[in-house]
Design a protein around this ligand. Structure first.
Ligand code: MF3
Ligand code: CO
Ligand code: CO
Length: 286
């Protein structure tokens, strides 16, 4: 009974002298905090690798920003992303990921995320689109997404795009070393609600870097002081999906991927990959 109840997540390998940081995290774990596994702390070499992947990822989204226009199909965006990625010695992480068929996600208007590029889907004036790209370089993952507005859109949709971006920035500011993941979600949720928008609850940010989806789970809503402890060296995304109407979503049964708002009102999302440092978050995808 209780044989495994004292199994710790933060384990200092045998023969390694615990640092001040080790002792601080172990003390917090003893007091009941959900701490990351120690293996989630990235080495300087790993961080350099993720940064190099982030440079390519950023260049891809910059390229999409230069080329995107009304009349273009989302398949053409996929081709841009795919070709740039391969030409720079990298791999598009989504291609073949759990059966996902393309090199990028393109999510227009009421599509929240995981929209699949298609030759039949043509961008038109007033559309708002999220382009979400994950790059693997030398085994290191970088994951980011941006909104693009096609020509001019309505003030309401523009506001949604702007508030979603502010939510990412405010979430980033709320993340402090030895704070908690819940501090991020709480700040995001407050900002969204203050502006009359809602936060998608079914999808979250995630640890990234050596794998596509790792610990921690980064909810974009919730209470301060909840969730996993934030320790310098952790790498994760924040990627709030902000809706104009209800937060509720469903998956399109036609493809099993496309996430759509239940009321079919628009949704907007921005994402970066971040490193937790001694002072706060550093963006690895810009
Ligand atoms: N890039 C998305 C994220 O931010 C995941 C896309 S997975 C896919 O986590 F299979 F839908 F492409
Ligand atoms: Co992500
Ligand atoms: Co992403």
């Amino acid at each position: 009974m209780g044989m495994f109840n004292n199994r710790k997540r933060w384990r200092v390998p045998a023969g390694v002298e615990p640092t001040a940081l080790d002792r601080r995290v172990m003390a917090m774990e003893s007091r009941g905090a959900l701490v990351p596994k120690r293996t989630l702390i990235r080495t300087p070499e790993q961080i350099e690798g993720i940064k190099r992947s982030g440079v390519i990822n950023t260049a891809i989204l910059d390229l999409v920003g230069e080329k995107i226009h009304a009349g273009m199909s989302t398949l053409e965006i996929d081709e841009l992303v795919h070709n740039y990625t391969i030409e720079h010695g990298a791999i598009p992480a989504t291609l073949g990921y759990e059966g996902y068929p393309k090199s990028v996600c393109t999510s227009i208007n009421e599509v929240v995320c995981h929209g699949i590029p298609s030759a039949k889907e043509i961008l038109k004036e007033g559309d708002i689109i999220n382009v979400d790209c994950t790059t693997i370089l030398d085994g290191y993952y970088a994951d980011a997404s941006r909104m693009f507005v096609i020509g001019e859109t309505t003030p309401r949709k523009q506001k949604l795009v702007d508030v979603a971006k502010e939510c990412l920035e405010i979430g980033m500011e709320a993340a402090k070393p030895f704070g908690f993941v819940g501090d991020i979600g709480n700040a995001i949720e407050r900002h969204a609600h203050k502006n009359g928008f809602s936060v998608v609850r079914d999808l979250c940010g995630h640890g990234v870097g050596l794998k596509f989806h790792d610990d921690p789970e980064v909810l974009h809503y919730g209470k301060k002081g909840t969730g996993m402890l934030l320790v310098p060296g952790m790498v994760f995304t924040i990627e709030p999906m902000i809706n104009m109407g209800t937060w509720k979503v469903f998956i399109d049964s036609a493809d099993g991927w496309t996430v759509i708002t239940e009321d079919e009102l628009p949704s907007a999302q921005w994402e970066h990959t971040f490193l937790m440092t001694e002072t706060g978050l550093e963006i690895l995808t810009h």
